[in-house]
Design a protein around this ligand. Structure first.
Ligand SMILES: [Zn+2]
Length: 457
């Protein structure tokens, strides 16, 4: 690796990333022309084809990884009290329901609050705040709704943490807990303003009409993969980011930004390798994943399809999600053994980028299925625990449009990732710290961690 003059390579990459960028063309196509990309929809399929063609035209070895997922469509949702229509948005996989019942206010839905009203919950629609009760240990939303369901509630209405009647598409699934995949009862979102109204209606003993009609089915989708083969068989570094969105948004931030980072880094790395006639030792795989917004099914499929035996593991995985929420500050690892090794490489970029290790395995994006398999997955450090852009609280809702993608930041992400990935691909596998982790070890750790959440903001 010392044979290469990185100063020339870095200059070339940085110049090329700024001057020769295709971010704007990709953003125009994905977030304006195509728009929302719910996995398995016609739009999402068109986006996958577009990414495939884009990479092919750049001379990359490209293929689809096809699979079926469990998906669904909401046909209608109504929340009505006293003939007034209230804000409503069904949660992920909310089953069909048609109720007309009394409401009960359970505060934040913590164990303490639910226990205080235990006798009154059965057969009612529970109202809770999605936010955490501010003064005590955080209870994951999956634990809170499971307990309310066990106590006999017929449905739960959750107040969105945002104000201004904004509502996100949300889920109560705790990735770390395989038993929480399906919601235990019908759950819908309402705006924070309408949660306050509903609490008043609860005091007046008014009934709420709640109707949701959902269709569940299986359908086909694909991850799109571009390979830059290395000299050594079965050795990989993976960079990934999901190309799908929730159903009614083009996802400028979540995740047109991350998908473009993957698409453009693949192009930039290939051009640099060609320009300087470099052959990596470790192969590079660039993947735009599907169905992140539907239980990370694309990432889970990829991990099971390629690394299920545990014999082959990628050396390093970099997952990009919501890259317009803050500028690049470093890399966050799931496990600690690559920490010093990676920091040494980042130091050579001379950009003051830092490596961190999360104290709890993070289940919130496509790096999770890799972590669960004991693979060294990471995500770019951009806002936790400070430095999140205040105007970039956009994901999972209609206003996450093309303008939310921060082009200048993305150019910097792409040039930095290209420089880092080329360096890593040239380090012989024998010089990497050993990864001793097995799936069983990780399952044990997840079972210990799943009942609490560290504060991340
Ligand atoms: Zn995302």
């Amino acid at each position: 690796m010392n044979d290469y003059n990185f100063s020339d390579i870095d200059q070339w990459i940085i110049g090329n990333s700024w001057i020769n960028s295709k971010i704007e063309n990709l953003n125009e196509k994905l977030a304006i022309d195509i728009g929302s990309r719910w996995a398995t929809s016609e739009n999402e399929r068109n986006a996958a084809e577009y990414i495939y063609d884009f990479w092919k035209n750049e001379g990359l070895e490209t293929y689809h990884e096809n699979f079926d997922i469990e998906t669904y469509k909401f046909h209608k949702s109504i929340l009505e009290v006293d003939k007034k229509q209230l804000d409503v948005r069904p949660y992920h996989r909310c089953p069909s329901v048609d109720l007309n019942l009394n409401l009960i206010d359970l505060g934040f839905g913590t164990k303490r609050e639910v226990n205080e009203k235990l006798k009154d919950i059965k057969g009612k629609i529970a109202l809770i705040n999605r936010k955490h009760e501010p003064f005590t240990e955080q209870e994951p939303i999956s634990n809170r709704v499971n307990f309310i369901s066990e106590m006999g509630a017929s449905a739960i209405i959750i107040g969105d943490p945002k104000s201004g009647r904004r509502m996100e598409y949300s889920s109560v699934w705790d990735t770390r807990d395989p038993e929480s995949i399906y919601p235990p009862l019908p759950i819908v979102n309402t705006s924070s303003e309408h949660l306050l109204l509903l609490k008043r209606y609860a005091q007046k003993n008014l009934k709420a009409k709640l109707i949701v009609s959902t269709e569940f089915y299986n359908a086909e989708t694909s991850n799109v993969i571009a390979d830059i083969p290395g000299e050594i068989k079965d050795e990989y570094i993976v960079m990934c980011g999901h190309h799908d969105t929730v159903f009614d948004t083009p996802g400028g931030n979540d995740n047109t930004s991350g998908a473009i980072a993957v698409i453009e880094t693949a192009r930039s790395v290939k051009m640099a390798l060609d320009e300087f006639n470099i052959k990596p030792e470790i192969g590079l795989k660039f993947i735009t994943l599907s169905a992140e917004e539907q239980r990370l099914q694309g990432s889970f499929f990829h991990v099971n399809n390629n690394y299920n035996s545990g014999n082959i593991k990628p050396r390093f995985v970099l997952n990009c999600d919501e890259l317009s929420t803050g500028n690049l500050k470093g890399i966050v690892l799931g496990f600690s053994h690559l920490r010093n090794f990676l920091q040494k490489q980042l130091d050579t970029l001379n950009e003051d980028l830092k490596v961190h290790v999360m104290s709890q395995l993070d289940g919130h994006s496509d790096h999770f299925p890799f972590l669960e398999a004991g693979i060294d997955a990471s995500h770019p450090w951009r806002w936790r625990f400070f430095g999140r852009y205040p105007d970039c609280e956009y994901h999972h809702e209609a206003p996450d449009t093309f303008d939310k993608l921060n082009i200048k930041d993305l150019k910097y992400y792409i040039s930095s990732f290209s420089r880092l990935l080329i360096r890593l691909s040239l380090i012989s596998p024998g010089s990497w710290p050993k990864n001793p982790l097995t799936k069983d070890m990780i399952r044990k750790r997840l079972d210990e961690e799943k009942n609490f959440e560290i504060r991340t903001s």
